[in-house]
Write a protein that binds this ligand. Structure first.
Ligand code: NAP
Length: 300
């Protein structure tokens, strides 16, 4: 039986693995896609204390190498359920069943869609949720970024390097993201802020040719001609598989105390998948440490 199974190999999960291994416990990590989580899509991290600049990919690779060098086992299987059998936790994937003394749920969050008609079918035809992945396809073209958080601000800055024009549409007149990032965008000649506005329609038959934007204050609509729509309006958790084991808040995030313990003994949670006010790399890494040390301390 493994000491600690970690569900998710993002910043929180891999930080938990490092702390669990350094506490002398065996650690098995499950990841449904690629290791690294959301941060691999960030071109330049500037707010991790002690590191002035690092790409998300390099940061994630560093975490991965560190946990593997310490002896982590990583399996690319999607965890479909976790059962609490007292001192033993049974973790099921589509093809296998595993046992652990403690489990840390670090499932992160996925991109929230706008919910517009044809949004899903236009993915790959102009609609994207990842500027660093798809930005190069829009070289010298006009694009719209929707959102007001750090992701939208970073996406707009990244795209402004390649695109002819970047329209940043946000539903309020103040951005949620860092003031420094807003200031940087203000200095770029090819970036236009479209504030108090929401994207209400995707235009174009087979590929994106523009968007309709509605002014929230006046109700007036405006057509912006653009070949790309980058949606950056936050994330949603994916915790339904664990709903009978942990308490989920109204948004679907896992409730836990300061020690990252959920309502079930031996089941912990860490990172963006849990209820919290600040979702940052630093808080994800901190959660990983707290959850792993609490899990290790609880193992007899
Ligand atoms: P976020 O901070 O939750 O921001 C989401 C933005 O989308 C908000 O401005 C929100 O508007 C807007 N929004 C939400 N639902 C919407 C809808 N249905 N229609 C239109 N707009 C909508 O999400 P995020 O930018 O992805 O960032 C997530 C977390 O990661 C944050 O804590 C962020 O600071 C962090 N992050 C950090 C870095 C970094 O440290 N380098 C980089 C990227 C992200 P309102 O403001 O009006 O609510």
């Amino acid at each position: 039986m493994t000491d600690i199974i970690i569900v998710g190999a993002g910043t929180a999960g891999m930080s938990a693995a490092i702390y669990g291994l350094r506490a002398g416990k065996s650690v098995l990590v499950f990841e449904a896609a690629a290791y690294g989580g959301q941060i691999i899509n960030t071109p330049d991290i500037e707010n991790y204390p002690g590191i002035a600049h690092v790409s998300g990919f390099d940061f994630a690779t560093g975490l991965y190498n560190q946990m593997m060098d310490l002896g982590a086992e990583l399996k690319f299987e999607r965890v479909t359920s976790v059962e609490d059998a007292g001192d033993k936790k049974i973790v099921r994937t589509a093809s296998n069943e595993y046992e652990a003394k403690a489990v840390i749920l670090a499932t992160g969050a996925k991109n929230r869609p706008l919910g517009l008609e044809r949004e899903q079918e236009m993915i790959g035809s102009g609609v994207s949720y990842c500027a660093t992945c798809d930005g190069m396809f829009f070289r010298r073209k006009d694009v719209v970024v929707n959102g007001g958080g750090n992701t939208a601000l970073e996406d707009a800055a990244f795209l402004a390097n390649y695109c002819n024009k970047v329209y940043l549409v946000h539903r309020r007149d103040a951005f949620r993201g860092d003031a420094a990032a807003v200031k940087e965008l203000e200095s770029k000649e090819n970036v236009e802020f479209v504030l108090n506005a929401t994207v209400t329609k995707i235009l174009g038959e087979k590929k994106v040719e523009g968007v309709e934007v509605t002014d929230k204050l006046t109700g007036e609509t405006r057509v912006i001609e653009a070949q790309g729509l980058f949606v950056a309006i936050g994330q949603m958790p994916e915790n339904q598989a664990f709903a009978d084991l942990v308490d989920l808040d109204a948004g679907g995030y896992i409730a836990a105390g300061e020690d990252c313990l959920t309502r079930t003994s031996g089941i912990y949670t860490a990172g963006d998948c849990r209820t919290k006010t600040v979702r940052q790399l630093t808080t994800a890494a901190a959660d990983g440490a707290v959850a792993a040390l609490a899990a290790a301390a609880g193992i007899k």
